[in-house]
Design a protein around this ligand. Structure first.
Ligand SMILES: Cc1ncc(COP(=O)(O)O)c(C=O)c1O
Length: 345
């Protein structure tokens, strides 16, 4: 579907510049969710139908990031999906992380310190150079949530490979607008309620086969079984031999809302989404006299920004005097200009 055609599938209230906080559902996702809720209310259908949405969402995510569905686990949060990776690090292992990292990709490593895992936080611009022979794993966000900086993925992967370090990526602020190849990393986690426009409570992890062999699926339940519907009761342990053994049982309705949004993104194509989102971000930057960037998330310092934006009805994040504005498929040039009017007049 052409991007311009697809954009008719949202009717946001003007002024939503905060996809970095949460994304808005396209019409097919909203309708599917309402239908499921209506069925739930009166007990009209069996739950297996809702469960099927999890498989569709897994396949949709896998397609977006260029990996096989068998290498994708589903969960509810980014941090939860990182936990088994962190738990598998041996005592004495060193993890290198940017010091500005969102804590869902920092706390999972820090909690392992009591087992003797070492965590070294470094200035974000120095991440590539900080990877050395002592580094066992490098963890970073492909796009930083605080200011939208896009990490040099290729360089980080190259440095990690040169030193035999694992690569764990949080692509929560990237996946959905920035095309990238998840298969180059060992683990890539994505919380889907932002750029993938899913309800809160859907998350995916690409887990490379070689990495998986080193991990223990501590949260395994019936759904992680080789045949989930054949593993309701009793021993023996019979888990899936692919990434599904790291699944937790899907929060049905969230996946019902996620699957159509992922399908739509694949139909539009990420290169088109990337061009559209970044162009809006750059329109915003230009309006404030700033040079163009390469991200769908930007931050600018404007005195009184919070009050100015609130008065104009623009919803963006404001942190420590800096405006963080983010731009996605449903954002219009009018939204951008409304924000610029508020910030410059
Ligand atoms: C980079 C990044 N990762 C993860 C999350 C959310 O993490 P979780 O799914 O663990 O709540 C956010 C939310 O703001 C984020 O910005």
């Amino acid at each position: 579907m052409e991007l311009e055609q697809a954009r008719k599938l949202w009717q946001p209230e003007p002024g939503w510049l905060n996809t970095a906080s949460y994304g808005l559902p396209p019409e097919p996702a909203w309708v599917a969710l309402q239908d499921a809720l209506a069925d739930w209310r009166v007990g009209r259908i069996s739950w297996e139908v809702w469960g099927e949405a999890a498989g569709q969402a897994r396949a949709g995510f896998a397609r977006l990031v260029g990996v096989a569905p068998a290498d994708v686990a589903i969960g509810s949060t980014a941090s939860q999906l990182l936990a088994p990776v962190a738990a598998a690090l041996p005592p004495g292992a060193t993890v290198v992380v940017p010091e500005v990292e969102f804590t869902s990709n920092l706390f999972p490593w820090l909690v392992q310190r009591e087992r003797g895992v070492r965590v070294r936080t470094v200035p974000p611009g120095g991440l590539v150079d900080a990877i050395d022979t002592d580094t066992d794993l490098v963890a970073f966000s492909l796009v930083q949530s605080s200011d939208g900086t896009v990490a040099p993925y290729d360089e980080i992967v190259a440095a990690a490979r040169a030193h035999g370090a694992l690569v764990a990526v949080d692509a929560t602020q990237a996946c959905g607008w920035l095309p990238f190849d998840a298969g180059r990393a060992d683990a890539v986690v994505v919380s889907a309620y932002k750029w993938l426009m899913a309800p809160r409570g859907v998350a995916f992890a690409y887990l490379a086969p070689a990495l998986r062999d080193r991990l223990r699926p501590d949260a395994a339940g019936w759904y992680a079984g080789q045949d989930p519907h054949g593993s309701y009761y009793g021993p023996p342990l019979r888990l899936a031999d692919d990434a599904r053994r790291f699944d937790i049982s899907p929060a049905w309705f969230n996946y019902v809302g996620a699957a159509p949004a992922l399908e739509l993104l694949a139909e539009i194509g990420l290169p088109a989404v990337h061009a559209y989102d970044v162009a809006l971000a750059n329109r915003f930057l230009a309006g404030l006299g700033r040079p163009p960037g390469d991200s769908a998330i930007v931050t600018v310092e404007v005195p009184g920004a919070a009050e100015r934006l609130a008065r104009a009805g623009v919803r963006a994040a404001v942190r420590a005097g800096r405006v963080r504005a983010s731009f996605h498929l449903y954002t219009t040039e009018e939204d951008v200009d409304q924000a610029l009017d508020a910030l410059t007049s």
